[in-house]
Design a binder for this molecule. Structure first.
Ligand SMILES: NC(=O)c1ccc[n+]([C@@H]2O[C@H](COP(=O)([O-])OP(=O)(O)OC[C@H]3O[C@@H](n4cnc5c(N)ncnc54)[C@H](O)[C@@H]3O)[C@@H](O)[C@H]2O)c1
Ligand SMILES: [Zn+2]
Ligand SMILES: [Zn+2]
Length: 361
């Protein structure tokens, strides 16, 4: 039968995206077709369009999504048409060396659909992060569908599919933030804002939000920041030290992805503290630090992919906390837009006007 749907395509580096007809095959063994209900616009979609991830154009963009399963292929168990799911880009394999050692959140061989979605002329599409959900329907590996409580709206639930999970997990999973900790978050967009929220959920006593944009600092307060620093006008390292008795924070989360903000994070942490890099740098960026400072300050320098999340463990739990009124996920949805509004949403993101624009279908 297969499906003809609308999808947002990036055809070439820096080229405006276009809405085109996409051919979605019937699900094969181990695959599922999902009716997308909502998909957030993440900075990584823009990285794809700008050729910053790889050159496998044309891309079918969108990867922060929730929807309802339309059909499943042969051999799929535990997932059926009608199930309400968040799409994930960590469908763990259960077989690789990380999975076998009981650390599936590091899985080195995650699953995607085997078949290809195509344009009308048969050109194969590369779905962003193996998802491609700026479309009415998309084809994924069944393991990329994580069932959650349908009482949460798709616009909110979809956010856990990427950026918000990355930020929450950078604090809770990678940074190990716990009761009484002092935390600083550098860069408070969707990801950093979620790191603030995660720190608050974990019981951090002091949460210092740092950004160059006052709008982001206001949003950070709504997610639980106890102090804010505009690093355009104030030295971030000195301000964080001053707010922590002269010592620095226990955990500093970098959610920008630049050498200068990484250095701030490095020097703004207390002795034996932890730095978590969740912002994604570009290949040209390098970092120079006195090795003695790396040694002498002890602690841990970590990076965090997708918040070291395990979708099957984390998504349903976070949705339940949201439904109980204990996790402000609504605050990330700045606006909902139509499928033809993605290009405009990129511009708004670039100008710092939104935390998340969410396409609803
Ligand atoms: N590690 C992961 O798994 C993962 C997942 C999703 C996104 N990301 C990455 O996280 C980063 C943030 O994503 P986002 O969606 O929140 O983007 P965003 O554009 O919404 O947020 C970036 C924030 O950084 C601020 N900023 C810029 N320069 C700054 C500076 N010099 N000092 C302080 N703040 C500064 C901006 O004002 C903005 O608020 C991106 O690099 C993105 O690719 C990583
Ligand atoms: Zn694995
Ligand atoms: Zn993303």
């Amino acid at each position: 039968m297969a499906y003809e749907v609308r999808g947002v395509i990036a055809r070439g580096k820096g080229q405006a995206v276009s809405l085109e007809t996409v051919h979605v095959p019937d699900p094969g063994p181990g695959e599922a077709v999902v009716n997308v209900q909502a998909c957030g616009v993440c900075h990584t979609d823009l990285h794809y369009r700008e050729g910053g991830i790889n050159d496998d154009f044309p891309f079918l963009l969108g990867h922060e999504a929730a929807g309802v399963v339309e059909a499943v292929g042969e051999g799929v168990s535990g997932l059926a048409p009608g199930d309400y799911v968040i799409l994930n880009w960590r469908a763990v394999c259960g077989q690789c060396r990380a999975c076998l050692r009981g650390r599936p959140w590091y899985c080195f061989n995650t699953h995607n659909a085997t078949q290809k979605m195509t344009l009308e002329d048969g050109t194969e599409l590369s779905p962003a992060l193996g998802i491609g959900a700026f479309a009415d329907k998309t084809l994924v590996a069944a393991g990329q569908c994580t069932k959650v409580d349908p009482a949460a709206s798709a616009a909110v639930a979809g956010l856990l599919g990427c950026g918000v999970m990355a930020g929450l997990g950078a604090a809770i999973n990678t940074g190990g933030v716990t009761r009484g900790d002092s935390v600083a978050v550098i860069g408070c967009g969707g990801v950093g804002g979620a790191a603030v929220l995660g720190s608050s959920l974990a019981g951090a006593a002091k949460i210092i939000a740092v950004d160059v944009d006052d709008r982001k600092l206001e949003w950070a307060k709504s997610f639980g920041a106890t102090h804010t620093v505009n690093s355009r006008t104030t030295d971030a390292v000195e301000a964080i030290r001053e707010l922590t008795g002269g010592f620095g924070a226990d955990v500093v989360i970098e959610a920008v992805g630049r050498p200068e903000t990484y250095k701030q994070a490095f020097y703004a942490r207390d002795l034996a503290g932890t730095v978590v890099l969740v912002g994604v740098p570009t290949p040209d960026m390098t970092l120079e630090l006195p090795l003695l400072d790396v040694f002498g300050r002890g602690g841990a320098l970590k990076s965090s992919w997708y918040g070291d999340c395990l979708p099957s463990r984390d998504f349903p739990m976070l949705i339940d906390l949201y439904l109980q009124g204990r996790l402000n996920l609504d605050g990330f949805v700045t606006e909902t837009i139509a499928l033809d509004g993605v290009e405009q949403a990129f511009a708004k993101m670039h100008h710092g006007e939104v935390l998340r624009s969410v396409v609803t279908l």
